[in-house]
Design a protein around this ligand. Structure first.
Ligand code: ATP
Ligand code: MG
Length: 398
C-alpha cells in the first residue's frame, strides 16, 4: 500500500528517527484505499514546526501559526502539520487558534469526514477510529462525530461534503445530510475564497452528476455568490453535465446559459484570479466562434492547450454536438504556425516597409491580420510573400 508513496516514506522515517511520530493523513490515504491517483501527500506529526525545520534542510513555513510547513524532499513537496485540534472559527476562514496535541487520535477527531480521518504509518498500517474504511467500501460520506456540531463549527464542510460526492461518486449519510440541511444558512458567512476552492473542485468532479443531485437537493445555489440571486440558472444547466477542469470553463458555461450576467460579474463576485478570468473569456469566445463559424484553424490556434478538454465538453454539453479531442488534434497538426513568434515577419520588418509611418497601433493590427491569414492558410508564411501582401494591402493595415 505504501509503494505509491515512494520517497514520502523516507520523510516519515526521517521524522521518526528523531523520536517523533509521523503519519500520512487525509486525502492521500483515502485515495490510495480507493486505488485513485493520489494528489498531495499530507503528513501529520507530533514534532512541532520548529523541530521539522531543524530535521530537514528545505522547509518552507507556510502556516506556522497552524503548525504547517512544506518539506521539500527529493524534488517533492509534503505538507507537514503538527498534531492539533482547532478552536473557534470566528472569521470562518481559519481556526482562530490551534492547540497542539500529543497524539494522532486527537488530530483525527478534528477532521471533517470519516473517509478523511484516516492515518497510515510507514508500513501501511491504518489507524481508523471512525470506521472510515467501511465508509469508503460502501461509498458513504459521514461526519466525524455529531454532524450538526461539526457543520456549525465550520459550515464550509457542507460544501466539502458535496464536492467529495462529486469527486468520488459517494452518497451522503442520512444524518449527515439532515445536519447539512439544518446548518446550511451559515454558509453565507464563509469567505468566498474558500467557497470558490470547493466549488471549483465540485465542478471538476468525475461524478459531477451525483454531486449535482445533492447540490440541488440542498439548494446550495441559494447560498453562493451570483447564484443566490439567479437560482433558476441551475435549471438551465445541461442535463448531461460533464466535469470541467477549470473554473473559467464553469463561468463560460454559466455565461452561455445566462448571457445577461457578465463574465466580469462572475469574476468579481467570486474573487477569481486573472487566469480564471482569461480562461472564461477565451473559452466563451471560442464557443461563440464555434457556434457561428464552426471549428476551424483560427479557433484551435487561439485556444490554450489547457482548455482543449473543457472546450470539447462545453461544445458537446451546450450544443449537443459530438466533437472529439481528436478533431482538435487533427486541426492542430494542420496549422502552419503555432504562435505569432513563428511568423516570418515582425514589427521591425513592417517599420522598414513603411519608413514614413510613425510607430503605432497599426503595427500590432497588421501583424494580427497577417497572423490570421497565415493560420487560415490564406497567406504562406514566407517573408517576401508577407511583405508583398502588406505592400499591396496598405488600406487593410494603414
Ligand atoms: P483533495 O484530494 O481534493 O485535496 P483532501 O481530502 O486532501 O482532498 P483537503 O482540502 O486537501 O482535502 O484537506 C486535507 C485534509 O484535511 C482532509 O482530508 C481533512 O482530513 C482535513 N480537512 C480539510 N479541511 C477541513 C475542514 N474544513 N474541516 C475539517 N477537516 C478538514
Ligand atoms: Mg489535499
Amino acid at each position: 500500500l505504501t509503494k505509491q508513496f515512494g520517497q514520502a516514506v523516507k520523510v516519515l522515517e526521517q521524522i521518526e528517527s528523531f523520536g517523533y511520530d509521523a503519519y500520512f493523513v487525509g486525502g492521500c490515504v483515502r485515495d490510495s484505499l480507493l486505488h485513485r491517483q493520489i494528489g498531495d501527500i499530507d503528513i501529520a506529526t507530533s514534532a512541532k514546526p520548529g523541530v521539522i525545520q531543524q530535521i530537514f534542510s528545505k522547509v518552507i513555513p507556510i502556516g506556522l501559526e497552524h503548525g504547517t510547513v512544506i518539506v521539500r524532499h527529493h524534488h517533492q513537496s509534503y505538507e507537514v502539520t503538527t498534531f492539533r485540534v482547532d478552536d473557534h472559527y470566528t472569521d470562518q476562514r481559519h481556526p482562530d487558534t490551534v492547540q497542539f496535541v500529543q497524539t494522532i487520535n486527537r488530530d483525527l477527531e478534528r477532521r471533517d469526514f470519516t473517509i478523511n480521518a484516516l492515518a497510515m504509518d510507514k508500513n501501511g498500517y491504518i489507524i481508523d477510529l471512525f470506521h472510515g474504511e467501511e465508509d469508503i467500501r460502501n461509498g458513504i460520506i459521514r461526519s466525524v462525530g455529531n454532524g450538526y456540531d461539526r457543520f456549525t463549527e465550520d459550515p464550509l464542510r457542507i460544501m466539502r461534503a458535496i464536492r467529495f460526492s462529486s469527486q468520488l461518486g459517494f452518497s451522503l449519510d442520512d444524518h449527515t445530510l439532515k445536519a447539512m440541511q439544518s446548518v446550511k444558512n451559515e454558509l453565507k458567512s464563509i469567505a468566498v475564497e474558500r467557497i470558490l476552492q470547493e466549488t471549483s473542485k465540485f465542478f471538476a468532479g468525475a461524478y459531477i452528476k451525483t454531486g449535482m443531485y445533492y447540490f440541488k437537493l440542498i439548494n446550495l445555489a441559494a447560498y453562493l455568490p451570483v447564484l443566490q440571486d439567479n437560482g433558476h440558472i441551475m435549471k438551465r444547466l445541461p442535463e448531461q453535465i460533464k466535469p470541467l477542469k477549470s473554473f473559467g470553463a464553469v463561468i463560460a458555461m454559466f455565461h452561455v446559459v445566462k448571457p445577461d450576467i457578465s463574465i466580469h460579474t462572475w469574476v468579481k463576485e467570486w474573487k477569481c484570479s486573472n487566469k480564471t478570468k482569461f480562461e472564461a473569456e477565451s473559452l466563451y469566445e471560442a464557443l461563440w466562434h464555434y457556434k457561428h463559424d464552426g471549428l476551424d484553424q483560427w479557433l484551435v490556434y487561439r485556444l490554450h492547450s489547457n482548455s482543449y478538454n473543457d472546450f470539447v465538453r462545453l461544445v458537446n454539453m451546450l450544443f449537443g454536438e459530438h466533437l472529439t479531442k481528436q478533431k482538435i488534434n487533427e486541426l492542430l497538426r494542420s496549422l502552419p504556425i503555432h504562435s505569432k513568434q513563428e511568423l516570418a515577419v515582425n514589427g521591425d520588418d513592417l517599420c522598414h516597409l513603411f519608413p514614413e509611418r510613425q510607430k503605432g497601433p497599426w503595427i500590432g493590427n497588421t501583424l494580427k491580420q497577417i497572423e490570421k491569414h497565415v493560420v487560415t492558410g490564406k497567406l504562406s508564411n514566407h517573408k517576401n510573400a508577407l511583405k508583398e501582401w502588406v505592400k499591396w494591402n496598405p488600406h487593410v493595415t494603414g
